[in-house]
Design a protein around this ligand. Sequence first.
Ligand code: FMN
Length: 153
Amino acid sequence: MKIVYFSITGQTRRFIKKLGLSEDTFVEITQDYPDIEMAQPFILITPSYAEESPTQQCSQDVMNPVFEFMATGVNRTLCKGIVASGNRNFAGLYIYTAKELSAQYQIPIVYDFEMNGTTSDVEALKSVFKRLSDGAKLLVSEKQMYREHLEQI
Ligand SMILES: Cc1cc2nc3c(=O)[nH]c(=O)nc-3n(C[C@H](O)[C@H](O)[C@H](O)COP(=O)(O)O)c2cc1C
């Protein structure tokens, strides 16, 4: 199990460092090289950058690399869950990009946190990562794509 992430201002990268996992666990999507083809299951950790007009909400173009990554090869089928980083000050747009990806690819959001995460966010994500690596299956109901449950193993 890999952890694929994207970071613009460095907050998600800081969170990644705090996980203390081996370097080869991580794959970073960059603006210059978004079309990485994965060969193993992974969790995607993505920040959100969105905008809204009176008629629509959408992720900003700065997030295109993540969408390009997910559209590459069979990446979408290997993505076991999305972890969302955002900022609650964005209110209704909180973790919007992650929600957009989740809806587009029908992949559950397994966890969300703000900025570079607290100590408990780090512990929670390590636990999620371990359980998915050990073969836990996500139980996802059709009407509940956002708050999912990890099956006890
Ligand atoms: C211009 C700008 C727009 C943002 N838009 C959103 C947003 O729509 N929703 C959200 O939850 N957070 C939003 N954020 C907060 C970031 O997603 C959050 O700070 C995240 O941790 C940044 O991760 P990064 O530093 O790895 O890019 C925005 C931040 C900036 C600077």
